[in-house]
Write a protein that binds this ligand. Structure first.
Ligand code: FMN
Length: 336
């Protein structure tokens, strides 16, 4: 397998029910990435002392590389929640202005912030005033496909003290429809003085290398990092403990990965690091993407979704690989 050197920061995307400690542990076991965004943390639940907040704010196993992402509906709430997270060891705090899930948007959170530069700017000012750590925002193109609006909006965020932006260049309504418009990443980068990372639709190591070589200050990976938690190490080699700006020598990366071993290890990590109440939902989310490595992955996903215990999922996975041993070792260069 050919190795590459990429000097730009490689980031794990925030993904609800996916970007938690167990996934980070798995990614770190292959060599890690530069920064790990957490799944969005509800500012309201954090302030209200919800029963599972300790899990959402567990920064292990590399707390200094974790970016805590907050979702919330008001400046007051987000500023208070950011101040709580600011006391933790971390790489930064991120505000979610990109989530387009109806349940989030309805409350005025997520991409709804992009409707009004004034409302968003005032919120950022409040958050900024209350924290010492790095403040970033992850967003979409905005309510419409209007790059001028996007630039105006982001300039306002920059003037209020946002230090980094990650752009997932789709409009609020597009969900995963159409291709992400990566040309907007370069456009935004040229208009701002702060770093702009790009995100969206990276589907292979070759894609990742191509995007990283393009007009952006960093690359964020979502779904591919679940299907292929080795992807960061595959393109660059182990990045721990070196810093994000350090050029790294390519590592010797294995030609194949053992999918059964990875799947079972993930279940063990879930058991170790997530509360029982989260086990099934988190396992199903993970396998939604991980099973795409397998020829009969869609069928396996359906079977896994019926199980009510992680141990039963483990038995099912082992049975699958007993039946299809030729699918156990995946040549990484041929990841489907
Ligand atoms: C299951 C799932 C959950 C997501 N949750 C979040 C989230 O909590 N916060 C956020 O900013 N984006 C969230 N996203 C969007 C991703 O961070 C990312 O922008 C999107 O998946 C595009 O990147 P990709 O093509 O590399 O997956 C989520 C995406 C998925 C698939």
């Amino acid at each position: 397998m050919e190795n590459y050197i990429i000097n730009k920061p490689l980031l794990l995307a925030p993904m609800a029910e996916i970007s938690h400690r167990a996934l980070r542990e798995l990614i770190v076991s292959f060599g890690g990435c530069d920064e790990y965004y957490t799944e969005m943390i509800s500012a309201g639940a954090l302030l209200g002392g919800g029963p599972f907040e300790a899990y959402y704010t567990d920064g292990g196993p590399c707390p200094d590389r974790v970016v805590y992402q907050l979702a919330g509906t008001s400046g007051e709430q987000l500023a208070a929640a950011a101040a709580v997270l600011d006391r933790k060891e971390k790489a930064g705090i991120d505000i979610n202005m990109g989530c387009s899930a109806p349940a989030i948007v309805r409350t005025g959170a997520g991409v709804r912030w992009m409707d009004s530069p004034d409302r968003a700017g005032e919120m950022i000012r409040r958050v900024r005033r209350g924290i010492k750590g790095r403040l970033s925002v992850k967003l979409r193109t905005g309510p419409a496909d209007d790059p001028e609006y996007l630039i105006r909006f982001c300039k306002r965020l920059e003037s209020e003290g946002v230090e980094r932006i990650t752009l997932h260049p789709r409009t609020a309504k597009e969900k995963f429809k159409r291709r992400a418009r990566w040309e907007y990443v370069g456009l935004l980068r040229g208009a701002l003085g702060i770093p702009v990372a790009g995100n969206g639709d990276i589907d292979s190591a070759e894609d990742l290398v191509r995007r990283a070589a393009g007009d952006c200050d960093g690359v964020m990976i979502g779904r591919l990092a679940v299907r292929a938690p080795w992807i960061f190490a595959q393109v660059r080699g182990p990045v721990l403990p070196a810093g994000p700006e350090t050029a790294r020598a390519p590592a010797i990366f294995p030609e194949t990965v053992n999918l059964e071993e990875i799947a079972l290890r993930f279940l063990e990590l879930l058991e170790q690091y997530q509360p029982r109440e989260f086990h099934l939902s988190r396992a199903r989310r993970f396998f939604t993407y991980f099973c795409d490595n397998l020829l009969w992955g869609t069928y396996l996903k359906t079977l896994l979704a019926r199980e009510q215990e992680l141990s039963a999922m483990a038995r099912l996975l082992s049975a699958y690989f007993r039946e299809h041993p030729e699918q156990r070792d995946l040549p990484v260069s041929q990841g489907r």
